[in-house]
Design a protein around this ligand. Sequence first.
Ligand code: IFM
Length: 452
Amino acid sequence: MSDPSLVPTDFLWGAATSAYQIEGSPLADGAGPSIWHEFAHTPGRTRDGDTGDTACDHYRRYREDVALMGELGLNAYRFSVSWSRVLPEGRGRVNLPGLDFYQRLVDALLEQGIQPMVTLYHWDLPALLDRRGGWLNPDSADWFADYARILFRALDDRVKLWVTLNEPWVVVDGGYLHGVLAPGQRNIFAAPHASHHLLRAHAAAVQTYRAEGRHQIGLVVNLEPKYPATETPDDLAAALRADAYWNRYYLDPVFLGAYPHELAEIFGLAWPDFPAADLAMIRQPLDFLGINYYSRQVVQHDPDDWPLQASRVRQRRQTHTALDWEVYPQGLTEILEWVAQRYGALPLYVTENGAAFYDPPQADGAVDDPLRQCYLRDHLRAVLEARRKGVNLQGYFAWSLLDNFEWAYGYSQRFGLAHVDYATQQRTVKASGRFYAEVIHSQGAMLLPSAS
Ligand code: IFM
């Protein structure tokens, strides 16, 4: 790792956010409710009853936030569009003021020289579509493609990087299997159908883009390497099940045209026999793949764990974040190499990577966050290492630009490069944010061992 040219000048140095987590004003200017608006307003669903009603007030302060990105030296920003801002009922009538917000945001980014990466779906399905069955309705693929077409027609002249779905695994695991995220279902028979229709929706949007768009489209998945706790056959099999469920469930059908065989074992009678024509359709060529990486897991066979029968063995000697996620930077290099080797040499981006730690402002208002800074440094080094090993990695997006609404955890978990005082909406760049700015300024060279 001695050559700074390992990071080319067009490498994307970004930060990521999502609509419901930062925008606030969820019903402003004609927007319709999303499943997250309804879920967060249901007593007992989020910590302290927190909702995204105000969040970071980004809907009204987006110019300030784009200026902040400029201060950090970002050349890319990944954000998501709120479907129900654009289509209040999820289909049909377009809400022009909602669409206009994203037009203005994209223009403001481009004025600063910041390239937008736009995610079409980051978990906030229009509530009225959920009343029709949401992702369990086979028509959801068409609803999504129609919505995507509106965005492509409005923004593809300025947006060069599109993402269909963010982390379909989380949508299904949290929203349809365990019920801890919107729409709050806990139904093993529903979950495989939700994942299948999400994949069909992804593919339908890609097909629409091939007809309408001129740039690039991809998918974003969250990946987490799984290591067996011991070499016993039971633990080895448990690690394979966990790997199939977390890492191959969505990528195998997209790139290889088939679901991993372990899923039938995991879901048992609930696993349907999906039509071959669907699997052929899901296998649309992509321009890039985005990978969200946070942690790894060491797993053991565990008959009490439902439905995987594989549970995490906590690594007591390792650092853990405030969410108890093990800090394991080398896992990022490993998972990037694994993706390149298993699915081919398409361009990759790290589309999210970051950590929640408790780091309150000091008396003078500054926010020192040494643990997040170390996390960032070590994961950025893992990124350089992956490039050195030949992975075609073209950009890195820190999660997140701002502290924000961490779903069921509400505002209790802070991932931002900038601290947000939710009472005043004041943003303060943390030490980790300043560090990231220096890394970007040096084009990554300050991460090289010779520079430390
Ligand atoms: O905040 C989330 C984000 O919405 C999706 N990826 C993981 C982040 C941290 O949990």
